[in-house]
Design a protein around this ligand. Structure first.
Ligand SMILES: CC(C)(COP(=O)(O)OP(=O)(O)OC[C@H]1O[C@@H](n2cnc3c(N)ncnc32)[C@H](O)[C@@H]1OP(=O)(O)O)[C@@H](O)C(=O)NCCC(=O)NCCS
Length: 423
């Protein structure tokens, strides 16, 4: 049985942060009803690759959901919303600040309508504090949560990371909060308000950088390859440094293309074996006994020398060949995988992490699979819904509306966009 079978979610989320959360919950078996404005989630039409078809931006974040379109700016639309609130266990949204309140639905009002319902809300900066009124997107959260100031090289611009830690990262945080609140509501009969701010989520993911921030008050950060000193204040950008107790870095391999790199962690336990393996090929047969690199503290001090020797060795091998050499002597490492490396990777396919789907508008396409594997409840991945594909289904089968009521509501504009005003 699916783990969340029987849990119904009223999903008002849009763009990425919210939908990434509701898609995971749908993959765990929740009945997710995506409640869209009549024009649909804006991402349906963003970055389109197939004319007239829902974009991959949308399809990759909205699998296993039903779609209902409702115009919340009509009295009848609000009626549908209220009826759905009564039938759902969770309601979730990631509108801009104040949107739901302007529609007339504060947390208190929703709680009054259905005391059991758990409400999940993502905002850029939460509902309190000087930033509460601001909208946010992924990179705004990366900028304000500490990720950008600590990513890149000291003399260059700060960088965003490709992993969507502001959006998808926040969605993950929300999923944890929703499941905890749902568990509690099951025992107490009382729902609660679960709020996750994107800035807070990014700070949580940058926790180790705030560890280093405090260590700087007591001394240098010896493991950093860039200069640090007591009282430095800000944690510097440190390129590809490992940022942990073990030294690590990215090493360029043959034929030296943009993704011909491998990340190598020189774990204390493997140094001797590594030095013995690479030393003879870099004209350094006694590398394992070189006092400059004997212990981790020595290697921290002489990092440039160590990475240089590894680079020299790697210049004769591809990243896969180097990986095989390192795997043999148990050195933790990972070739930098490009998107095509991953799409073609046997391991990835074998773990259902690159899943082929069909879609009535776009034909075959791929989604990244479900990263959380439940032994008794494996995810079954189904395509995203077309806009409003399940409106009638939900009105009839979830809310029990009859044909006459649906027709009257349709006529009143409950499911359509208001006509454009004449110029
Ligand atoms: C992402 C974001 C910047 C987009 O801003 P936006 O496009 O202006 O959208 P908003 O959420 O602010 O507003 C949505 C509007 O659609 C309206 N709307 C939404 N659903 C509706 C429905 N079913 N029927 C009628 N109107 C609807 C809202 O009432 C609102 O209108 P208003 O401005 O008149 O109040 C903003 O939603 C945001 O900051 N969200 C929180 C952080 C977040 O999740 N960021 C995105 C990460 S991917």
């Amino acid at each position: 049985m699916e783990a969340l079978k029987g849990v119904r979610i009223l999903d008002m989320t849009h763009v990425q942060a919210g939908p990434t959360c509701s898609q995971l919950l749908a993959w765990m078996g929740a009945d997710v009803i995506k409640f869209e404005p009549p024009q649909g989630d804006a991402t349906r039409g963003q970055l389109r690759d197939v004319p007239g078809a829902d974009s991959l931006y949308f399809t990759m974040l909205n699998c296993n959901k039903r779609s209902i379109t409702v115009n919340m700016k009509t009295a009848e639309g609000k009626e549908v919303f209220v009826d759905l609130l009564r039938k759902c266990d969770i309601m979730m949204e990631n509108f801009g600040p104040g949107v739901l309140e302007r529609l007339g639905f504060t947390w208190e009002k929703i709680h009054e309508i259905n005391p059991r319902i758990v409400v999940g809300s993502i905002k850029g900066f939460g509902s309190s504090g000087p930033y509460a009124d601001f909208k946010a997107y992924e990179n705004v959260a990366q900028a304000m949560g500490g990720a950008m100031s600590t990513t890149g090289i000291p003399d260059g611009a700060p960088f965003v990371t490709g992993a969507q830690i502001g959006d998808s990262g926040t969605g993950l945080h929300l999923a944890i909060g929703l499941l905890a609140a749902l568990h509690q509501a099951t025992r107490t009969g009382q729902g609660q308000y679960v709020e996750v701010a994107m800035m807070d989520g990014v700070m949580n993911l940058c926790r180790v950088k705030f560890r280093d921030h405090q260590r700087l008050t007591r001394g240098e950060l010896a493991e950093y390859s860039v200069p640090t000193y007591q009282g430095m204040g800000d944690v510097p950008r440190a390129g590809n440094d490992s940022g942990g107790g073990q030294l690590g870095n990215a090493i360029h391999c043959k034929p030296h293309g943009p993704n011909d790199w491998i990340y190598v962690v020189v774990q204390e336990a493997v140094w001797e074996a590594l030095a013995k393996r690479i030393g003879p090929e870099v004209h350094h047969p006694d590398l394992a006994t070189d006092p400059d690199l004997a212990k981790i503290a020595d290697r921290r001090r002489h990092q440039a020398k160590m990475w240089g020797l590894l680079g020299q060795f790697a210049s004769k091998y591809t990243k896969r060949e180097f990986m095989a050499i390192l795997n043999e002597i148990d050195v933790p490492c990972g070739p930098i995988m490009s998107t095509s490396d991953l799409a073609d990777d046997e391991h990835v396919r074998g773990r259902d992490m690159w899943v082929e789907l069909d879609h009535p508008q776009r034909g075959k396409w791929f989604n990244v699979g479900m990263p959380i594997k439940l032994s008794a409840s494996p995810a079954r991945i189904e395509r995203s819904p077309l806009l409003g594909e399940h409106t009638e289904d939900v009105l009839k089968n979830v809310l029990g509306y009859d044909e006459a009521r649906i027709t009257a509501m349709k006529t009143a504009g409950a499911f359509s966009a208001p006509p454009k005003k004449a110029a």
